[in-house]
Design a protein around this ligand. Structure first.
Ligand code: GLC
Length: 471
């Protein structure tokens, strides 16, 4: 099918099975902000905004990738850190010297191998974040900053390594913020929308970049961020993309806020953000709630993105106490999958490309769990309900594949007899426990009682497969 540069045509695009089946992607925030790699560990997005409001968020922004903006918020902890470690007048752009020096010996295959071991099926790399620095040698360099790009094709090198490891490659681009085109300090939510560069030069620059990234790397995911200039012709860009990468998917952050008649409606924005999302653009393949999950199954495809801690960019100030534990990571992932979501879990490498041990350990733990339980995850779809419990209060999440049902216990029950409350299955169906084999199952009015091996080795979650149970 060839797409026309019209909304009607691109809206005919169907989310491909690979994206539904993949379930797990790795997000990578890497750039100049990885050199200082510092932010206050204020807390998770929605909790901080609920407690301190958006002004509190931007003044003590835990997103280390926002270093360049946080630096310019008067009295911010980042401004003090910068003055203390680099001198108050040290220009952010000069981190490029260290970044380009330190990335010269970076080996992308080490990352790709880790992501494959983690069980990921795709990767999304930041090619340009809000600071405007480019991670590829673009034919459209930044017009305001000489040499403001990586001296190596970091995007190309990682794309090659990721594909060699059998994974798909997606690309992130901050279409909605570029502090080299619009250096408005983001100190409150309204600034986020008024900070979108709207100049014709930027419209042309950003769209030329997306086309160049599509031509050079054929990314499987277009992961735009914040929004997009109002004057840009998105149906033209989207049809160009789908005609070049038919199996590609586009996220929901190409939002074009009208500028003619003044600032966008804060109420509508706040309502969308309360759900962890931006107002939806006219076309997208999947939603991207941030540091947020949904209470129940969503018909539309979604992908939850978050850091392992409170930041996407590397933050040397974070400890394991600020991070998801390996068990929490697995359980949150299972919850997301049971509700028709993917998880795009982020790593924040250091300036030289080193992935901090505590981040790598969490990916390895997720991979080890998937090595035993992956059948219940990859290629699965939501059942008629996502959640359940056992008689002892252990949370259960359901997935299905065809007529087979998977009941995933979100903890290790302490007694062998466990009743899956309210679950009724057809008589004579086979019941197995991954990692063990067949287990006994008895149907009662109150639910299905299974007998687990005793002792049962501790694990973040355990999968019970019920053959034909989803029928
Ligand atoms: C937000 C943050 C940005 C991050 C993105 C990832 O838009 O501003 O720093 O890259 O979320 O979801």
């Amino acid at each position: 099918m060839m797409y026309e540069p019209t909304l009607e045509s691109v809206r005919a695009h169907v989310v491909p099975d690979w994206f539904h089946d993949a379930k797990l992607g790795i997000f990578i925030h890497w750039g100049l902000y990885s050199v200082p790699g510092w932010a206050p560990t204020t807390g998770p997005l929605h909790e901080v905004v609920a407690k301190e409001g958006w002004q509190g968020w931007f003044a003590r922004n835990p997103y280390a990738e926002w270093y360049m903006n946080s630096l310019r918020v008067p009295g911010s902890p980042t401004a003090s850190y910068h003055a203390q470690h680099f001198g108050a007048d040290f220009p952010y752009e000069r981190f490029a010297e260290t970044f380009n020096r330190d990335t010269s010996s970076w080996d992308p295959s080490q990352w790709a191998d880790l992501f494959r071991r983690a069980g990921a099926r795709y990767v999304v790399l930041t090619t340009k974040h809000h600071d405007g620095f480019l991670l590829w040698p673009s034919s459209r360099p930044n017009p305001f900053r000489e040499g403001y790009h990586a001296s190596r094709d970091l995007v190309g090198d990682l794309t090659g390594a990721v594909r060699d490891a059998g994974l798909r490659m997606g690309l992130y681009y901050s279409g909605g913020l570029d502090w080299t085109f619009n250096d408005r300090v983001i100190a409150d939510i309204i600034d986020l929308f008024m900070g979108v560069p709207q100049q014709p030069e930027y419209v042309e620059y950003a769209s030329a970049h997306w086309k160049e990234l599509i031509d050079r790397y054929q990314p499987s995911v277009l992961w735009n961020d914040i929004g997009y200039p109002a004057a840009a012709n998105l149906p033209e860009l989207f049809s160009y993309y789908y005609n070049t990468v038919p199996e590609g998917v586009i996220n929901d952050r190409f939002t074009q806020a009208p500028v003619g008649d003044g600032p966008p409606d804060p109420a509508a924005i706040m309502q969308a953000i309360a759900q962890g999302m931006l107002p939806a653009p006219p076309h997208f393949d999947f939603r991207t709630p941030e540091y947020a999950v949904f209470p129940d199954i969503k018909a539309e495809k979604w992908e939850s993105c978050r850091g392992l801690g409170y930041s996407f960019g590397y933050n040397r100030n974070e400890t394991v106490d600020d991070m998801l534990s390996p068990a929490e990571l697995v359980r949150s992932f299972v919850d997301i999958v049971s509700k028709n979501g993917n998880l795009l879990i982020n790593v924040g490498p250091m300036g030289d490309g080193t992935i901090p041990t505590e981040q790598a350990e969490r990916l390895e733990a997720l991979g080890a769990w998937l090595a035993v339980n992956g059948e219940a995850i990859y290629g699965s779809r939501p059942w008629t309900r996502a959640e359940g419990t056992t008689d002892s209060g252990v949370g259960v999440r359901f997935t299905r594949k065809g007529s087979d049902l998977y009941a995933i216990l979100l903890d290790t029950p302490q007694q062998p007899q466990v009743t899956l409350t309210g679950l009724t299955i057809p008589a004579g169906t086979g019941v197995t426990l991954f990692g063990y084999g067949d287990i006994a199952a008895v149907q009662h009015d109150s639910g299905l009682t299974v007998t687990l091996p005793s002792p049962l080795a501790d694990a973040p979650a355990h999968t019970i497969k019920i053959v034909g149970g989803a029928a």
